[in-house]
Design a binder for this molecule. Structure first.
Ligand SMILES: NC(=O)c1ccc[n+]([C@@H]2O[C@H](COP(=O)([O-])OP(=O)(O)OC[C@H]3O[C@@H](n4cnc5c(N)ncnc54)[C@H](OP(=O)(O)O)[C@@H]3O)[C@@H](O)[C@H]2O)c1
Length: 279
């Protein structure tokens, strides 16, 4: 039951009906006895400025999902250095009517990979499939975490070239390279020796989608983490080959847990959030 002292949180996106975030955060608030609620709000591109103005007076914080993670930035009063590097914000805190942005996607991925595969990012040989908003956040995080080797494979090679250039300016010693998904020898080369393959394309979100690379090219010793939280073609085929695989649910839980910590200053009840997300 909501009262005058109840804190209000939300997630915004378009579409938003599928979001598991309200289940996770409401369960976490209940578990810790925090008087707060969390709702999903459908916000279109056109509706974003008006939503943000009203959020200054009505919300304590909110998450942001597709397609607003980058578009929101010019409207904010401040963002963290990691969100600025990523060009992406998924967590906004409201303080005294001002909006402060951060990104927790990469932290979520790092904790998920450690939890599921026992694999630290430091020293890892990583190959990322895709080069969208999430990859920007991940790539800078991987560079800062001390990954040994990073390869970025994307359909549109220019995006991967641009990101690789930026990464090398940020971390000149990083062993970093890119390839177009069409360039089979370069794709094979990039996947060879990878210990962790992170699937970050949107291929797999829809029924009937194929894989961005031939799953048979991924080394049998590698772990495959697919950021999508459904059974994608690449995940199913890698599992059939005996690779260790994970879908994106653990990342969703841990990015949400980090948002929760930022808003409340308290460690999130991760087990409670995991159970709620899986329900
Ligand atoms: N688990 C989690 O907590 C979590 C959190 C955030 C996001 N995600 C997932 O992460 C993924 C990426 O999100 P994003 O925000 O980075 O998306 P985005 O910015 O829209 O980027 C999409 C990426 O997918 C590629 N792509 C799209 N269709 C393709 C196709 N037919 N063949 C090959 N590549 C294709 C794009 O390549 P081009 O550059 O060539 O267009 C681009 O690299 C999504 O699947 C999303 O569901 C998961």
């Amino acid at each position: 039951m909501s009262s005058a002292s109840t804190l209000h949180f939300a997630v915004i996106g378009d579409p938003i009906g599928h979001s598991k975030s309200p289940l996770m955060h409401n369960a976490a608030f209940r578990a810790l006895g925090i008087d707060a609620d969390y709702t999903a709000v459908h916000v279109t591109r056109e509706g974003l400025p008006a939503f943000l103005e009203s959020a200054r007076n009505t919300l304590s914080g909110f998450n942001i999902t597709v397609p607003h993670k980058n578009a929101v930035i010019p409207f904010l009063d401040g963002i963290t250095p990691r969100a600025a590097l990523a060009g992406s914000v998924n967590t906004v805190s409201v303080r005294d009517g001002k909006l402060f942005g951060d990104t927790t996607d990469a932290t979520g991925l790092e904790r998920a990979v450690l939890e599921v595969f026992g694999l630290p990012l430091k020293g890892a040989n990583v190959c990322i499939l895709g080069c969208g908003g999430v990859v920007r956040a991940l790539a800078f995080h991987l560079a800062d975490a001390g990954c040994a080797r990073l390869r970025i494979l994307n359909r549109t090679a220019e995006k991967a070239i641009r990101l690789t250039d930026e990464l090398l300016k940020h971390a000149p010693a990083l062993d970093c390279g890119f390839a177009s998904l069409d360039d089979l020898p370069a794709v094979k080369n990039a996947l060879d020796g990878s210990g962790l393959v992170i699937q970050c394309t949107s291929l797999g979100l829809r029924d009937g989608d194929g894989s961005p690379v031939d799953p048979d090219l991924i080394p049998a010793s590698a772990c495959l983490f697919d950021t999508i939280y459904r059974e994608t073609d690449i995940l199913v085929r890698c599992r059939e080959r005996g690779l260790r695989v994970s879908g994106g649910l653990p990342m969703l839980v841990h990015q949400g847990a980090e948002s929760f910590r930022i808003w409340t200053g308290r460690e999130a009840p991760v087990d409670v959030m995991r159970a709620a997300a899986a329900s």
